[in-house]
Design a protein around this ligand. Structure first.
Ligand code: HEC
Ligand code: HEC
Length: 223
């Protein structure tokens, strides 16, 4: 082997190995896409952009967050009759991980909420109050800024300790209201150590509706 061939062999073979891995990864993703079309799209849409407020938009959610939720639905620490039957049909966490990867890579689209369509008839909604809650002006009532954990624009993220905060923007207003009420009623308990439950406990219905409407009004911000 002359020096030139040696050089090429050394340089190219790791690339070949790498490209082998990449295509295996793609295969998992396209398998996940095929199963997602079958098992998830009726509610969440093929690309995770749900068309109905009954079902959350899951496109572009953090991969680790999606996986955590799927495991939580499976182990019963988050309860949803719809999701329970879906996740129970998958034996391994590997299959769940493929969904998490697939949906996290989909682009989230703006959603249509009453506040965005300006047809809200909800008398409890006070956008000024919503903004104050969101940005931490209600800390004296024990309600920290949503932005402290969920990011400046509610875009979500992960902190240094590995806690995962979901995206709140481009999510259905109705869904966010429902989740806040579940946390408040101690019916969603997968926010160890009660990060959201402690906050929601301090909120009345007006606070919840107002902050959810305010978050929806930010909805056009890109991730
Ligand atoms: C029959 C309708 C239905 C199907 C099918 C379905 N889901 Fe869901 N999904 C829901 C509902 C309803 C919720 C919200 C549950 C709640 O209110 O807490 C949800 C919540 C979720 C969440 C949590 C979102 C968040 O922001 O916390 C994820 C992730 C998710 N689903 C993924 C999937 C995946 C992946 C599939 C397919 C393997 C799937 N779902 C199939 C109805 C469905
Ligand atoms: C101390 C950190 C922290 C603060 C502050 C905080 N959150 Fe959260 N929130 C979380 C965590 C952690 C979760 C996800 C729990 C889990 O793993 O399922 C969450 C989940 C949520 C969810 C459910 C999202 C989904 O996709 O299912 C909503 C809605 C929410 N928070 C709204 C708010 C609002 C509104 C505020 C401000 C009033 C707020 N949060 C402040 C930590 C926080």
């Amino acid at each position: 082997m002359n020096q030139k061939t040696l050089y090429f062999t050394v340089l190219i073979s790791p690339l070949l190995v790498l490209s082998g891995l990449v295509s295996a990864g793609n295969r998992n993703i396209s398998q996940a896409q095929a199963i997602a079309t079958q098992k998830c799209s009726a509610c969440h849409g093929i690309d995770g952009n749900s068309k109905n407020a009954q079902w959350p938009s899951i496109a572009g959610l953090n991969e680790k967050y999606i996986l955590k939720q799927l495991k939580d639905f499976k182990n019963g620490s988050r309860i949803s009759p719809e999701m329970e039957s879906v996740v129970k049909s998958f034996e391994s966490d590997k299959e769940l991980a493929a969904f998490a990867k697939y949906f996290s890579k989909q682009k989230v689209k703006p959603i249509s909420s009453p506040i965005i369509r300006s047809d809200t008839k909800n008398k409890l909604v006070d956008l000024k109050l919503g903004k104050e809650l969101f940005s931490g002006k209600c800390i004296e009532y024990g309600i920290p800024a949503c932005t402290a954990c969920h990011g400046h624009q509610g875009q979500g993220g992960i902190d240094k300790k590995g806690n995962i905060y979901p995206r709140l923007i481009n999510q259905y207003e109705e869904y966010n209201v429902k989740q806040l009420k579940l946390f408040r009623a101690n019916k969603r308990i997968n926010d160890s150590p009660a990060m959201m439950r402690n906050i929601a406990l301090m909120m009345d219905d007006e606070d919840i509706e107002s902050v959810a409407a305010y978050i929806a009004s930010l909805g056009k911000v890109d991730k």
